[in-house]
Design a protein around this ligand. Structure first.
Ligand code: AMP
Length: 279
């Protein structure tokens, strides 16, 4: 049976029991609204550790004023059933007060990587992500934690945080889980109307087409310009960038892996996707 914890004390009592029995602990942080992408992370976590803890916490500090914090999908009852069915051992579902007893403000510097791409469109977003993940790691003290490549910039920023703070947690990543038609699964896909949902798979198609053009030897700026035009047929483009996948800096002769990273608006819904490939 899965145990559900609403307080840090209750969670930590059980975590202490597990550790006393030498059980290893994998942690999967989420904001709920669970789908098969989240469940793939859970399955990977189960393969890598004895016990799996999932958190559901919609973190206020990673949303800006004009964003969807108040509307963010809450499917808690269904999430509990899905996690039970996937043999999760513990669900941590804390209040904002439990996570931030001293208030929401934090002075966090994550450098340039936090200010580009999604960090440029969503000022303060990654500072909020680092704040909450650091806090959750401090509470759970997992041996390892699993993140999705869907949020590729977030994954790199969390790896950077773990290295900079010398945290004793291994970061494992999972590839992007997609719908049959290619749309990357996202809690925010629930916002799409039937018509929006129909055009949404074009984003991934456009990114794959860009990848093919680059692999054929097309100059990157030319290929990106073409892709931009294709994307703008269906979506309002936030950004599309082609960068070194390991550093998110400009591609150089030393670049071994390329990341195509994209964010778009479809109606008022903002979606992100990416394609990573060797050249
Ligand atoms: P979220 O609940 O959106 O904060 O996501 C929680 C975790 O699930 C993050 O590590 C995400 O990168 C990951 N995730 C979300 N959607 C997907 C997906 N379609 N494929 C793989 N991982 C995902």
């Amino acid at each position: 049976m899965m145990q559900v914890f609403n307080t840090i004390t209750a969670l930590q009592n059980t975590l202490d029991d597990w550790r006393a029995k030498d059980r290893t602990i994998a942690f999967v942080p989420t904001m709920g609204g669970l789908h098969d992408g989240h469940l793939a992370l859970v399955k990977l976590a189960k393969q890598k550790a004895d016990k799996v803890v999932v958190s559901i916490f919609v973190n206020p500090t990673q949303f800006s004023e004009n964003e969807d914090f108040d509307q963010y999908p809450n499917t808690f009852e269904q999430d509990v059933l899905l996690l039970e069915r996937n043999q999760v051992d513990g669900l941590f579902s804390p209040s904002v007060e439990q996570i931030y007893p001293q208030g929401l403000d934090a002075d966090i510097d994550i450098g340039e990587i936090g200010n580009i791409l999604c960090g440029a469109s969503r000022p303060g977003h990654f500072q909020g992500v680092v704040q909450v993940v650091n806090r959750l790691f401090d509470i759970v003290k997992p041996n390892l934690a699993v993140f999705g490549k869907k949020d590729y910039q977030q994954l790199l920023i969390i790896k950077q945080m773990v290295a900079q703070l010398s945290l004793d947690v291994k970061i494992i990543s999972h590839s992007i889980v997609r719908e049959k038609d290619g749309l990357a699964m996202s809690t925010r896909n629930q916002y799409l109307s039937a018509d929006e949902r129909k055009v949404s798979p074009n984003l991934y198609r456009n990114l794959l087409e860009l990848k093919r053009e680059i692999q054929k030897g097309q100059a990157i700026n030319v290929a990106v310009k073409q892709a931009r035009m294709q994307i703008e047929k269906n979506f309002k483009l936030d950004y599309i960038e082609t960068l070194d996948a390991n550093t998110l800096k400009q591609i150089t002769d030393n670049t071994s892996e390329i990341a195509i990273l994209c964010a778009i608006f479809i109606g008022s819904t903002r979606l992100i996707d990416n394609v990573i490939f060797r050249r």
